[in-house]
Ligand binder design. Structure first.
Ligand SMILES: [Mg+2]
Length: 380
């Protein structure tokens, strides 16, 4: 079998890739470099010039070749490499008539527990989102901030005391709304300094959050380790990282209790599988990051299927509504009890719908971020 065409596809706010072969098998993948999809698409085209004419089954060899041919990595390039790796696993599974995970040792579970996204710019909306998720059968919610998901054009200001105490009270409100029936994955989105993160972490411990995600910017592994050493709730981090080596830096410092590899950014199924194994060696759980399209969800489920230390899968809101439903055939199936069924279709289990390329236009992401009341940039 030979690769005949590599086609980046900008659909809605996603970058997918189709890898075509001379046997008629088409592999589908996705890039996770969501802030710079145009750059990632250019990298897919460049890698595509290498891949055309090659045997798609030599997945690890092509991974190494594309990763190591130049000095340059980073998110846009790793998103491209990841998209292509996922597409090659899709081809391999379709070639043998089995799901991709069957080629990685087989499945260890039939269903993957998920956390559902909850958003809101008021505490009422956020509490309602958690209660709605519980009523729909979900047993965990995430993307759940103790602050608010306010618009980026609203300047931010709170005193330190209000910032910490309001956040502690808000997490208490979430817990009161659903009792112990729903796990709360608390998402900080890098909004705090290490000392603020310790104060808040200690303050919400009594509400037993499942994890405390990205309390500080992940650039400094020692800072994350400092926060982890001072609080008694698990830290989840890793969604920005692009390699096994960054995860090793976190793990070797005991800075993380749930790793969050983005399958569409860490080198695809090949990279994520290795990160899961590194985490397994330290009894650390895997919670694949997944804010993307249903293609990413299905790629994540290949890891969830086979990793013994898989813990929870991020499940973005609205997979069932347009434009995603116009785009793909074969989205993950929710069992009504907070789990996604491990897919059984060959490959990663999802394909583009006929006409998707024409019917789902690109929605470019503009450069917009939030400012403090004093005019400086904050993280949100
Ligand atoms: Mg996150």
């Amino acid at each position: 079998m030979k690769i005949t065409k590599v086609e980046p596809l900008f659909l809605d706010k996603f970058l997918l890739v189709q890898v075509h072969t001379d046997e008629g098998i088409i592999g589908l993948g996705e890039s996770g470099a969501w802030g710079f999809l145009e750059a990632s698409g250019a990298a897919i085209e460049k890698f595509g010039r290498y891949l055309i004419g090659k045997d798609p089954m030599l997945i690890e060899h092509h991974w190494q070749y594309m990763y190591r041919f130049s000095h340059f990595r980073g998110a846009a390039i790793m998103g491209a490499l990841s998209a292509l790796d996922i597409a090659l696993w899709d081809i391999a599974g379709k070639h043998f008539g089995v799901p991709a995970y069957a080629l990685l040792g087989g499945k260890v579970r039939d269903r993957a527990r998920v956390y559902y996204h909850v958003f809101g710019d008021t505490t009422d909306v956020l509490v309602k989102g958690i209660v709605d998720a519980k009523e729909r059968g979900f047993t965990a919610v995430g993307h759940l901030t103790p602050f608010l998901d306010e618009e980026r054009d609203v300047p931010y200001f709170k005193t330190h005391a209000s910032k910490i105490n309001d956040a502690i009270d808000t997490v208490g409100m979430y817990r009161d709304a659903v009792g112990p029936d729903v796990d709360l994955c608390i998402e900080i989105h890098r909004r705090m300094t290490p000392t603020e993160a310790v104060q808040l972490g200690l303050g919400i411990e009594k509400y037993t959050p499942y994890f405390f995600e990205d309390p500080v910017t992940p650039d400094n592994f020692d800072e994350m380790a400092y926060v982890a050493s001072k609080i008694n709730i698990p830290i989840a981090t890793g969604e920005r990282f692009t390699s096994i080596w960054e995860f090793e830096q976190l793990l070797s410092r005991n800075a993380v209790q749930y790793v969050r590899p983005d399958v569409c950014l860490v080198g695809g199924i090949t990279g994520a599988k290795k990160i899961a194994a590194l985490a397994e060696a330290r009894h650390v759980g895997v919670v694949p990051h997944n804010p993307l399209s249903p293609v990413s969800t299905m790629a994540c489920l290949q890891i969830a299927a086979g990793a013994p230390n898989f813990a929870l899968q991020e499940y973005p809101i609205g997979e069932e509504i347009p434009p995603k439903s116009d785009m793909v055939d074969g989205s993950a199936e929710h069992d009504g009890e907070g789990f996604l069924m491990i897919p059984t279709r060959p490959g990663i289990g999802i394909d583009l719908k006929p006409g998707a390329k024409e019917n789902v236009p690109m929605v470019p992401r503009e450069v917009v971020t939030r400012l403090h009341k004093d005019g400086s940039v904050i993280d949100q």
